[in-house]
Write a protein that binds this ligand. Structure first.
Ligand code: PLP
Length: 423
């Protein structure tokens, strides 16, 4: 009997005791290939000596200072670095401790922006089904994963959901990418008009959908239409790049490949690569200006926001990513991974789709390829795949379909950016 409440109460987990590069080691001396970066977190792999050195140095300088009393050089430097490499519209950084906190903060920024601007009636959030934005109550409401939401529905704030852009499941027979992009984005316009154009505050979407549907990129031009619709109705666009951002798809920000920039962007996992709990919101100059000319502050704050150790880890990870040209490796190895998956599984009777960008790939499993029927959720196929893979010393990130049968089980593969052909 353990006193630690684990994610699952039944079953025993191996005890992780060490790591090196793309490998993790357990207390029995067994080695695992981390082909999922945990949950798409460990972008530099494990125990990178330079990140360790940066953390030791920061610990020797200062571990903690509360952001209502002080700023720190390391947090300032990280913010400068993030903005230097961000889309031009994004000019400021708000540092938090993880992905859920980042999306929560972004939603509150959107709301406060409209309060400062004298449009307090704007309160509706529109998001997409088959999305995940975190587990705290505010963002659980925004997410569209029914399995995660079901038990907590009575506690969730009102949110409105539209269909995601999910070509494998949503694109009609014979429909061009262009027509599908327009139709899928058109759902946003219809929803804004239904709720009242001056009542909607923000649209939230993962640029490339992660855990819920499995590395689903939008079709070309989808986000250009979304950007245009948001601008037309004065709705803020929040892109959640907690999982797909910070290089995972082969560009620092996934939305670079879609040719648009959001008003608010959330990042987390690859920001600190797992070396510290960290997340951030990148916000546009106009949101910052509304706060500056209005109340003069963002009414929010967590005890560990802007933590110096988290900032030091993130700065080291981002410095190494750039210096070592790892985005090139993400693109090259991502193409190789995709080609390998296609070669091995394209004809498999239970593989419905192989998709993704960069080192963010997924295989969707179906009972029947022609009807795309998912496996019965009761089979818990994803859990069995995870167990079998772990038994063989391999970490992948399988997930079940949503309970409304809108997508099947999938296996997400998101190895560290340092992975090589020879691994
Ligand atoms: N947003 C997305 C897209 C995510 O994938 C996740 C986590 O998987 C979150 C938000 C929540 O992040 P965290 O688990 O760090 O709170």
């Amino acid at each position: 009997m353990t006193h630690l409440l684990h994610r699952s109460i039944h079953g025993r987990l191996p005890v992780a005791v060490g790591g090196k590069g793309i490998h993790l080691f357990d207390a029995d001396g067994k080695s695992y290939i981390d082909a999922s970066g945990g949950a798409a977190v460990s972008c530099l792999g494990h125990n990178h000596p330079e990140v360790q050195a940066a953390l030791h140095a920061q610990l020797d300088r200062l571990a903690y200072a509360h952001t209502s009393f002080f700023t720190t050089q390391v947090a300032e430097e990280l913010a400068d670095r993030l903005i230097a490499d961000a889309p031009a519209a994004l000019e400021h950084v708000y540092l938090v401790s993880g992905g859920s906190e980042a999306v929560e903060a972004a939603l509150k920024m959107a709301r406060q922006y409209f309060v400062e601007k004298g449009e307090p009636q704007r309160r509706h959030i529109i998001a997409r089904r088959q999305s995940y934005h975190g587990n705290t109550l505010g963002v659980l409401a925004t997410g569209g994963n029914e399995w995660r939401r079901a038990r907590f529905l009575p506690l969730l704030i009102e949110t409105h959901h539209i269909a995601p852009c999910f070509a494998y499941r949503g694109q009609r027979e014979g429909e061009s990418d262009g027509d599908y992009a327009r139709r899928a984005a058109g759902e946003l316009e219809a929803k804004i008009l239904e709720l009242g154009a001056d009542q909607v505050m923000a649209f939230v979407a993962e640029t490339v959908v992660g855990a819920t549907a499995g590395a689903v990129p939008p079709v070309a031009d989808y986000f250009r239409h979304i950007r245009r619709i948001c601008d037309k109705y004065g709705v803020l666009l929040i892109l959640d790049e907690v999982m797909c951002g910070m290089g995972r798809t082969g560009t620092l920000h996934a939305c670079e490949q879609d040719g648009i920039a959001p008003d608010l962007m959330t990042i987390a996992k690859g920001l600190g690569g797992g070396y510290q709990p960290v997340g951030a919101v990148l916000l546009s100059g106009r949101i910052f200006e509304a706060f500056a000319q209005g109340s003069g502050y963002f009414q929010h704050g967590h005890t560990y926001a802007g933590h110096p150790m988290a900032a030091a880890a993130s700065l080291a990870v981002q410095t190494i990513l750039k210096r070592d040209g790892l985005l090139d490796n993400v693109r090259t190895m991502g193409d190789a991974l995709h080609a390998g998956l296609v070669q091995r599984f394209a004809d498999h009777p239970h593989v419905g789709d192989i998709r993704g960008r960069g080192l963010f790939r997924a295989v969707e499993l179906v009972q029947d390829r022609s009807s795309k029927t998912p496996f019965d959720a009761g089979l818990k196929l994803h859990a069995r795949i995870k167990k079998e893979a772990m038994a063989r010393g391999l970490m992948v990130y399988p997930m079940g379909g949503t309970i409304d049968g809108q997508n099947g089980d999938h296996v997400l593969i998101a190895p560290p950016f340092i992975v090589a052909q020879t691994d």
